[in-house]
Design a protein around this ligand. Sequence first.
Ligand SMILES: [Zn+2]
Length: 268
Amino acid sequence: MGRTQRACVFCDETPLTREHVIPQWLRDVPSIAHDLSVEARGERRSHYIYSFEREPTSRVPSSTVEERGQFVAPRDLLVRVVCERCNTGWMSRREVGVQPLLTALIEGSSLTVLADGLVRLAAWTAKTAMMFEYNHPPTAGFSAAQHRDLVRRERPPRSTDVYLARFDGPPEVWPLHRGGPIGLLPPTGGSAQVIGRCQLTTLVLGEVALLVRSVTPAELAPVLFQKLGVPAPSWLRIWPSPPPRLQWPLTSNVVDEQDIYRVGPSSW
Ligand SMILES: [Zn+2]
């Protein structure tokens, strides 16, 4: 971990407690239990850092992508950024609330998921991404305002969208976080000007793949999202405007390993 967090990212209280990015209850879900066992190794990269300094129309080569992969076993992803009251209070209640639905999705069980379940799942995904990015603070993209939004209501914060798909591959736990500053190159040349921050997190859990993207500041959200591009149609958007219902496992919204790597601007 880099920067040391002194107070809770959600409420500014102290002291801080240790939090597992991948919640411990997931160790009891059969199809992914092995990936969260003590023997499991970090075989996948969990973080990348990207700098966005290239306009899509620019002829400047996209050489500003900085890659620093970290190989960490998902079980060992720990952060110390929330206080005990948040950790054992609203955060814990929301884990309990999402547990039956998320377990069924991971296991590939047949079920109908209604909009309110999708919203809770989307909020959980945003929370997990918020924890995850503190494992590698240079990739952090969420703002203090977005943290507060999440505490206030069980739905994703402002300037955030969330997508769902079925993962086509062996069951595994694979969190991948990408983020950092977004810059614009002046048309006349010169160095890039940073105008905001973004993060993209994908999380594969057995049969389910989740994607959460966020940008800040909110007033520049349309421009910043435009730079991130539109996720491939195989990703089904569940926030904002969740579908009223969906049937799991999804049959047409399916992503594989390559799709996970492909999330993000085409210039990456
Ligand atoms: Zn707190």
